[in-house]
Write a protein that binds this ligand. Structure first.
Ligand SMILES: Cc1cc2nc3c(=O)[nH]c(=O)nc-3n(C[C@H](O)[C@H](O)[C@H](O)COP(=O)(O)OP(=O)(O)OC[C@H]3O[C@@H](n4cnc5c(N)ncnc54)[C@H](O)[C@@H]3O)c2cc1C
Length: 459
């Protein structure tokens, strides 16, 4: 157990950069130690917050009620079951390490949050993390076969076994996935793998405007094409990324919205899909460019990777909303967004994963300008109400944490919130695990942010 000022400070915040110092930090080397800590905490009513790498942007890993932080980073053993196509991972392993261990055996673990070199599989399970591959392959939930860990009371549990089929009893495994560290501590997971795709192909397409881009994407999906990745960047995002990378996506076109596609599969599958996609691009795109090599594909992907960090040229503060819009409402949504930009006068660069409707709407403002901060806060509320009215979700991959607590009741009816609270009370009768999150509306904007540079900032 650590109580040095440095250890307490490090564990006091996540990527939301709002700091709540804990009383102590526990860095277990053995999974059993977590059970011991939880038993004691439960007995004495000590709040406990589990921490992976603290990359969440929602404040969900910040120990708002103090108490103990359990830091999972030492628990990072991995083992691939080659024949079964499974990987058994301790919760502190990074997603990047899991992907590399799988690839070394010819397998592929598709969920790929942009933070994958830092974030842990425990954190991904707790947030049901997604990424660019979500549309074709699915998100973390789709790859979790079984979980083990501890209930908030300190009792050890296993939800499922290292087998692909399991129908014995209630599925509490899925209750833990996306529970944001409030229903139990994941210490290990059995994850499903798929064969590595033999070939990949990248195509960059540009469009007259955002509406044309989204209409074109729908036309592609109607042809039953499932790109491994289908990323949309609006005009503002493209301009920021171009300036940051000092490249021009399509020379002379001053930043048009783009869709970046990756096809993956066997060479035969790829040949078939390529033909369909090229015909689609000719019919719908303003311009298109296929990567002739992996190196060229990398330069195209660099634009996508840079766009999030590059937006800070538009303001020193960002409200990054990971909303989901049903495909049938793509065009209505993009028109709404254009109106929101006009009404607020704020830059709102937007990019995201078109194959699953998960768009990252980035409301940029200057922290020191009070009027801008107030407008940004009001814009988030407006955005959330609109997304729900369009049949979408207030979060597709980041979760609720603290930041989205004011909007939980927009998404869920009172009976649904009551059911969620009942589950929490049943598994955590003393309310010790990650208290203060999810249910009680917190205006996160009210808290001062600390000044600290994280390795993944502006990625
Ligand atoms: C630059 C950047 C890019 C990102 N890109 C993406 C993206 O593409 N897709 C995406 O989905 N997210 C993304 N995120 C968000 C974040 O990386 C994910 O939510 C990730 O899953 C958090 O993992 P972590 O290990 O950092 O968890 P933490 O931030 O430490 O914790 C997150 C939550 O999980 C809980 N938790 C952590 N470990 C456990 C455990 N073992 N058992 C139970 N609960 C646990 C914590 O209590 C907390 O509630 C991004 C973040 C950044 C900073």
């Amino acid at each position: 157990m650590l109580t040095t000022p440095a250890a307490l400070f490090e564990a006091s915040f996540d990527s939301s950069k709002i700091s709540f110092p804990p009383a102590a930090v526990i860095r277990p080397r053995r999974e059993e130690d977590i059970g011991v800590a939880l038993t004691l905490a439960n007995r004495h009513g000590v709040p406990v917050t589990v921490r992976g790498r603290g990359t969440t942007l929602m404040g969900s890993a910040a120990p708002v009620r103090g108490g103990w932080v359990i830091d999972m980073l030492r628990l990072k053993r991995l083992h691939v079951e080659v024949e079964a196509g499974l990987i058994i991972a301790q919760a502190g392993a990074t997603v990047g390490d899991i992907q590399r261990a799988a690839a070394a055996e010819g397998w592929f673990y598709p969920p790929d949050p942009s933070s994958k070199e830092y974030c842990t599989i425990g954190g991904n399970i707790a947030c049901n993390a997604g990424g660019m591959h979500g549309g074709k392959y699915g998100v973390t939930r789709d790859f979790v076969v079984a979980l083990r860990g501890f209930l908030p009371t300190g009792e050890y549990v296993e939800w499922g076994t290292a087998t692909k089929k399991f129908s014995a009893g209630f599925n509490l495994r899925d209750l833990w996935i996306g529970s944001e560290g409030m229903l139990g501590v994941v210490t290990g997971a059995v994850l499903k793998l798929i064969p590595q795709p033999a070939a990949r192909w990248t195509l960059l397409t540009s469009f007259r405007d955002e509406t044309a881009a989204l209409q074109a994407a729908l036309a592609l999906f109607r042809q039953r094409v499932q790109p491994a990745i289908c990323e949309f960047l609006d005009r503002e995002s493209v301009l920021c990324a171009e300036r940051a990378t000092q490249t021009t996506v399509f020379p002379g076109q001053a930043g048009r919205p783009v869709i970046l596609l990756e096809l993956a599969g066997s060479p035969a599958e790829l040949r078939e899909q390529k033909a369909v996609v090229l015909a689609w691009a000719k019919a719908h795109a303003h311009g298109f460019r296929a990567a002739r090599s992996r190196a060229e594909a990398e330069t195209l992907w660099a634009v996508r990777r840079k766009c999030s960090g590059a937006m800070f040229e538009l303001g020193d503060a960002k409200l990054n909303e990971d909303i989901v819009v049903p495909m049938r409402n793509y065009v209505r949504f993009i028109r709404y967004l254009a109106g929101l930009k006009r009404r607020t006068g704020l830059p709102i660069p937007t990019f995201g994963h078109l194959a699953d409707g998960n768009l990252h709407v980035n409301i940029m403002y200057h922290r020191g300008v009070r009027a801008e901060a107030r407008t940004a806060e009001a814009a988030v509320g407006d955005l959330m109400r609109t997304v729900v009215a369009l049949g979408g979700a207030i979060s597709g991959e980041h979760g609720i944490g603290l930041a989205k607590t004011p909007f939980l009741r927009l998404q869920h009816r009172p009976a649904q919130v009551k059911a969620m609270r009942a589950v929490k009370d049943a598994l955590d009768p003393k309310g010790i695990l990650n208290p203060g999150k999810m249910f009680d509306p917190v205006r996160i904007w009210k808290y001062p942010k600390i000044t600290v540079h994280l390795p993944w900032d502006h990625k």
